[in-house]
Write a protein that binds this ligand. Sequence first.
Ligand code: NAD
Ligand code: IPM
Ligand code: MG
Length: 347
Amino acid sequence: MYRVAVIPGDGIGPEVIDGAVRVLKAVTGRVRFEYYEGGVDVFQECGSPIREEDLEEIRRSDAVLFGATTTPFDLPGYRSLILTLRKELGLYANLRIIPDLRTGREIVIVRENSEGLYFGIGAVVNGRAVDVRLITREGAERIARFAVEQAKARGSFITFVHKANVLTGDKFFRRIVREVAGEEGVEVRDAIIDSFTIKLVRNPWEHGVILSENLFGDILSDLATVHAGSIGIVPSGNYGDGIALFEPVHGSAPDIAGKGIANPIGAILSGAMLLDYLGLDGSLIRAAVRGYVVNGELTPDMGGRARTEDVVRGIIGEIEDLLSMDEVWRDEIRLSRLESDISRMAG
Ligand SMILES: NC(=O)c1ccc[n+]([C@@H]2O[C@H](COP(=O)([O-])OP(=O)(O)OC[C@H]3O[C@@H](n4cnc5c(N)ncnc54)[C@H](O)[C@@H]3O)[C@@H](O)[C@H]2O)c1
Ligand SMILES: CC(C)[C@H](C(=O)O)[C@@H](O)C(=O)O
Ligand SMILES: [Mg+2]
């Protein structure tokens, strides 16, 4: 039995995580879910966005499923819960997979998740504000290795997106990426961040594994979601050398929170990534999602009138249909919907 720490968060976080957990329970009985609070309310109670005793328990879990929390712009001393968890759990690699659910194509983004402008050295002194953009050799090497493994698993290459024509840190980062990839025989293509945004908008599927520094990856991954049809369907995995955390790329969406219309698919596909990480099989969830998207009613962010609950029930229904089929026919259906999984398995 695996133990998964669930942190729903606030806004639409609880709404979409509820659906993701129900879908996970529909495909496996091998996961036990433990729930934890986190965010501004906990901060106001104890001065941290997550209680220390809860963090200790989370550290001992097999994986984390995270919703989203709202980050106030100006709450003195507050640091976003997701940034706190990435730091405390050592999650230095952020894998964001933007799916075209109708064709199986994917935009794969590997975002460095621990350094850059997020390292957290910032101050305002005598009317001057400064934020340090830190790139370390250790940080650059480990994310380069992560991207190399992703590229090799896909028989692909790396597009390193940077501003090395201006920034010292990116000149340094670029040299290390090329060193590491060269040792493994993986091709690295250069892309300069400003002009690359045009390529990502116009020609999104041909960039192999997109690797970039933290803030660039944050921006590129939201931009890329337009090619999925909605930010609401994009999953992600935060990985380190131990535990991993899975979350939809979107945020707490205060503008639609409580309306029952949040798209749960990003959280559900994050659950599929979590099963893969545990060594279980996430592909049944992906097949069910793709089956539902082709035939079912979608939420308003994708032009439909469905409610969150309709989509969750529809995907669970797809899972039940797949599970009711005999093994051969189920695999036929499952694999026919999962070109990207097949190509990944084929290496
Ligand atoms: N992992 C996290 O905790 C996380 C990630 C991103 C943003 N945030 C926080 O969320 C808050 C809002 O941020 P934002 O507005 O920039 O980004 P957001 O992703 O919350 O919302 C952007 C837009 O996309 C829509 N949207 C997002 N997810 C959706 C879904 N599942 N279904 C349907 N529509 C969806 C929203 O309604 C909104 O119009 C901020 O406080 C931000 O800090 C948290
Ligand atoms: C909420 C915010 C701190 C976070 C980030 O900037 O990484 C979010 O935008 C994300 O993409 O996970
Ligand atoms: Mg972001």
